[in-house]
Each structure stands twice: as C-alpha cells, then as structure tokens.
Design a protein around this ligand. Sequence first.
Ligand code: URP
Ligand code: ZN
Ligand code: ZN
Ligand code: ZN
Length: 483
Amino acid sequence: MSTVIKGGTVVTADLTYKADVRIEGGSIVEIGQDLTGDTVLDATGCYVMPGGIDPHTHLEMPFMGTYSTDDFESGTRAALSGGTTMVVDFCLPSPGQSLLEAISMWDNKIGKASCDFSYHMAITWWGEQVFNEMEEVVKRGIPTFKHFMAYKGALMVDDDEMYASFQRCAELGALPLVHAENGDVVASLTQKLLDAGNNGPEAHAYSRPPEVEGEATNRAIMIADMAGVPLYVVHTSCEQAHEAIRRARSKGMRVYGEPLIQHLVLDESEYANPDWDHAARRVMSPPFRDKTHQDSLWAGLASGSLQVVATDHCAFTTDQKRFGVGNFAKIPNGTGGLEDRMPVLWTKGVNTGRLTMNEFVAVTSTNIAKILNCYPKKGAILPGADADIVVWDPKRKKTISASSQQSAIDYNVFEGIEVEGLPRFVLTRGKVSVEESTMKHEPGHGKFVPREPNMVVNRALSQWKEITAPRKVERTGIPATGV
Ligand code: URP
Ligand code: ZN
Ligand code: ZN
Ligand code: ZN
C-alpha cells in the first residue's frame, strides 16, 4: 500500500521545490513529479515539510510534589494536532536512584504514545553508580544528559559534579544539556522576597533575573570547554544567556541554544495580571522576560546563533498551580505549548518576515534531528527517511483556545492568539494522524527512537584537546639545585 502527497511544495531546511512525495511501509520512497499511489493526499496550496520535533518535554513528570498533567497519551496527541511528530522527554531519576531504573519507569509511561519519542537522561546526583550507568544509558540509545544548575535541594548538581559528568560525556560521545540558572542565587533571592512578604507569582520572576541565567550559561559553557565536550543550553530566554552562547560560538566552541516558543512571544507583563491564577499559570523557569530579550532571541534564530525552538511542555492544571497560594516558590514550574509551537512560530515568525520558511523547518525539525543525532531518519524529506510529514496549509486559521485544545489542562498560555498557518495533514511514519481539525491518531503507534552518540563532534573536540593538552617541557640544561 502506498500513499502519495500530491500537488504541494516541498520545503526543507535548505530547499523549496514543487514535487509529489510517495510513502511505503512508513518511509519516504520517492520524491518526484506526477507520482501515483493507492491513497492520494491533496497538498494543493500547501507546503510539505518534515514533521516537527520537540526536543524538550516533560510528560507525566514527578515534580514539585505533583505530576505534570499531560502524559504520553494527551501530550503526543497535542503534539500531532499542531504538526509535531516526535518528542524528546526527560527521564528523571530521583537523587540516589539508578538511571536504568528511571528508564524502566519512563518505559512504563509510553504505552499510549501516538507519535515517536526519544529520551534524554537527567543527571540529578553524582557517584560511581551514575558514572558506570551512563555507558549503558548511551548503549540504550540515549546519548544526551541533562544537568539542572537550579532547583537547589532537589535536582541541582554543583560544578564539581557537572564537570565530572561532562568529562564522562566527552568519553562516551554524549552531549550534555544544561538548565542554566544559578540555583544558589535563586534560593537566596527567593528567601529574601518571601521574608519581605513578596509571595505572589510575580515574585517568581523577581527571584530569577536574567543575570542568574547569563552567569550560569557562561559557567556551563566554560566547564564544557574545559571538559572538551559540546554543550546544549535548554530554554535560553534572555540576551545575557544568548550573548554567552554567541561569544562561545564565535570562538569556535560547539554550543547550541534552545529558545522556547513561550519566551519568543509572551512577556513578563503576564505576571502583573491582577488575577492570581492568570499569573501563576505562567510561572515557569526561566520566567517570561521583557520584549528586548524577545528581540534578541528572534535575532539569534535568524542569524544562527540559536538553533532550535522547543516548548519545555510541562503542563499543570490551575488546581496544581494553586499549591503555591501564599508562597510563589511552591507553584509547580512549567507551561504547555506542544500543539501551539509550530502554528505560533509560523504566525509570529514566518508571517512577519522574521524567519524564512526554510529557517522555520530548520529550527522546528532539521537542526534538532542533527544536533540530537537522529537525522536523516527524522527531520528530513528524503528517500529512506521516516514519513513523519506535515502538510502545512498557510491559509488555515484559528484562534487558540483551551476549549478546543488536546492538552488535558484547563487553560492555554496562548489563549486568544490568532494563528494563520496550520496542518492540513500530519503523518507519523506514514500514518495519517491528523486531517485538519479531525484527530485520526492511534495511541500505541509511537515508538522509541534510539540515537547513537555523536562521535564525530566529540572526536573532533577530543583530538583538539589532545593536541593542545599541557605537556612537560623536556629541557637540555637543568641548573644544579642551590645549596
Ligand atoms: O519551569 C519549567 N521549565 N519546568 C519544567 C522543568 C524544567 O526546568 O525544565
Ligand atoms: Zn559538590
Ligand atoms: Zn529547565
Ligand atoms: Zn524542562
């Protein structure tokens, strides 16, 4: 049985051209003119693009005394409805817990996934067991390790632990990721604000100013450089962090930055809303910033100093957010965005001229697949690639509303935004899972995508490290020791 996507314009990270795409057995088998097949999907007036990849989600994650509400069922359904065909979630061992046990816990959650997924592993503590298990984690197809520099007393690791883990990543060909905020300073500012009676959700933003993020980003970059390993900075939200990434890249360091769709379009004025629920629903780390930071992030995407756009989808209901009434530090941190990332980025990016269509494909899919090392199985419209495809109708419109969303929570931080540009069809490994606003997804269809370590980048870095390593100077004349 074959399917042909007919009459559309193929848009990839580097090319735009008219062609039909034929799919068989879940893969793209042919791209060309006047193709025929058993099923025809009409793509007239549409762009045929690689399905989106969200490199940063937290589905059914235990966090701050509760679990994020969207699980692999509602989360992957939400992803597909907005054109995202793969998510990368974080396995989160509790401090002291085996990494392999955390993988088993995550494997128990994925039964109803409707699109493909992969995992990152979080390093939440350090010891010989973690050091040893990291090798097995890589062998199981998880070559990316996340480090929290914030959440002191819970998930945070210190510099010595981070340096040890980064060196281990270098040996294994793995890529370290960081949540870059100075957790010690955040803890101190939080206490100071609470002591002063500043306990509302707006104080969450005061407790995590851009300097906290800029400092930690720079520190992580320097530590990665000393360990001889590339670095991926998650949820880059401000100019200070972007500036550190830009500077490192201009010195030849392999550092990647990931803005979120939330930080690109929503700003700190949300926390000034007199409605407690409105502000608390937008509490996430890092917090929303002022508009000058947004301009910096957009510029980074256009110029290539920032490479990918994610959501950090970690959705809590209003009731869960209310755990923090009277103490902002108890509001579960996180917001949603899985189904809105692609339409909102298209509307605010491509429709405004801030991004080209090809850049849109790069930052929502292809760059992610390359950095996380699953390209061209994912992130490509090429023969042999998985048929994870979005047929994008640039004329379809809707107003974002919680009342019609797939996500299981009771609000949407993008409520009321009118988007122009939405999927006509979304295919996951050839299966049509979305047709305009009709969901045709199949819970259980989603499969784990194992990824190889990226030995190419790590080998280049370790080769350079070896060439420039400290060496003892062999001297011809050594004076006798003085008496
Ligand atoms: O506030 C956030 N970002 N919640 C999810 C966990 C994390 O820090 O990524
Ligand atoms: Zn320590
Ligand atoms: Zn984070
Ligand atoms: Zn996150």
